[in-house]
Write a protein that binds this ligand. Structure first.
Ligand code: ACO
Length: 325
């Protein structure tokens, strides 16, 4: 018995923000952004929330799988930009879609979050604890990005993707994941400071700290282009596959240059590395499920083909999963 992706769905905010739109308020250019990142535009939430996007993606994944909300056993949501710290996003989704029989919780593994959610849910299903799961990556990063920082804000977008997974003859073949917490501060969101009436200076409204994300782009770049090929090689060994057996590598969409470099290091043709970063930017945990949904719905994935998914992100976290589609 294996665990298979039985349906996918995605949801985007309506508003599209182009590089030209950002030129209007920042010292940057469409040319610089395209050349350094491969990004042309991104969707940005105006009325949408992390919950509304996630719930829409989940409804579509259930519809694609031919399932009803009450069929769902488990919801795992991966996000670094939930609407509330608590209740968690997964519980919000449960309420929104009416998945009353599910248990629900969030994980935070940043851009590797969807992959970690998939691996966790697969482990539950394979040990017999649950029969199926809805896994979701959903972000409204526009609310935690510093729109005055041209080195980071141009990279990110908002969106959500989901997959319904369940028992099947074949599906997930091997999983590989890891973390390097000692490098955590190359990409972080500012901490919530300890402040209470017992601290020196007491609890003041001014002492809130910044809530924006901050990134050392070049360190992230170096981490991605070395760690991802290694994770992929490891998962291939676990799966017993040759790299040439793989039909598609579905990678986290952080930067087109990162993906080109990884393809080169693996010695595989770029056509095997589908990309949608030009239209969406980096949506953190939502990148992989949104790309999977697009590939699925456009018929680019054939049942029985071999896929490797790979995510990497803040933490630092990384992983790869080998799947028979
Ligand atoms: N527009 C114009 N100029 C810019 C911009 C901008 N948006 N951003 C930076 N610059 C300037 C810098 O100020 C610098 O100018 P200087 O030479 O006068 O000092 C110059 O461009 C070069 O800056 P670098 O930081 O060296 O640019 P680099 O080639 O490293 O590109 C980038 C920056 C795109 C962030 C790159 O490092 C990168 O892609 N890193 C990966 C980061 C990433 O993918 N993060 C995603 C989040 S993490 C994740 O998803 C895993």
């Amino acid at each position: 018995m294996a665990t298979r992706i039985l349906g996918t769905g995605s949801a985007m905010p309506e508003r599209i923000v182009t590089n030209k739109d950002i030129e209007g308020f920042l010292d940057t250019s469409d040319e610089w952004i395209r050349e350094r990142t491969g990004i042309g535009s991104r969707h940005i939430a105006i009325t949408e929330t992390t919950t509304s996007l996630a719930a829409e993606a989940c409804r579509k994944a259930l519809e694609d799988a031919g399932k009803k909300p009450e069929d769902v056993d488990l919801i795992i949501a991966a996000t670094v930009s939930p609407d509330y710290t608590f209740p968690c996003l997964a519980c919000q989704i449960q309420a929104e879609i009416g998945a009353e029989n599910a248990t629900a919780y969030d994980i935070n593994a940043a851009c590797a979050g969807f992959l970690f959610a998939l691996n966790s849910a697969t482990a539950y299903i394979e040990c017999g604890m649950y029969k199926n799961a809805l896994i979701v990556g959903a972000e409204v990063l526009s609310k935690i990005v510093d729109w005055n920082d041209r080195t980071s804000c141009i990279l990110f977008g908002d969106g959500a993707g989901a997959a319904f997974i369940g028992e099947a003859e074949e599906g997930v073949v091997a999983m590989e994941q890891g973390a390097n917490g000692s490098k955590g501060m190359v990409l972080f969101r500012h901490e919530t400071p300890v402040q209470n009436p017992f601290c020196e200076g007491g609890q003041s409204a001014e002492h809130q700290g910044s809530s924006f994300l901050e990134m050392n782009g070049q360190e992230v770049f170096r981490f991605a282009v070395s760690q991802v090929p290694e994770s992929i090689q490891k998962v291939l060994v676990k799966a017993g596959w040759e790299i040439s057996d793989v039909d598609h590598f579905v990678l986290h969409q952080a930067n087109a240059r990162i993906i080109h470099t990884i393809a080169k290091r693996l010695g595989e043709p770029e056509e095997k590395f589908p990309m949608n970063i030009e239209r969406y930017g980096n949506m953190s945990s939502a990148c992989i499920p949104v790309l999977l949904d697009e590939l699925n719905k456009s018929g680019q994935l054939k049942r029985g083909e071999k896929l490797v998914l790979s995510g990497f992100g803040a933490g630092l976290t990384y992983g790869a999963t080998a799947i028979i589609w």
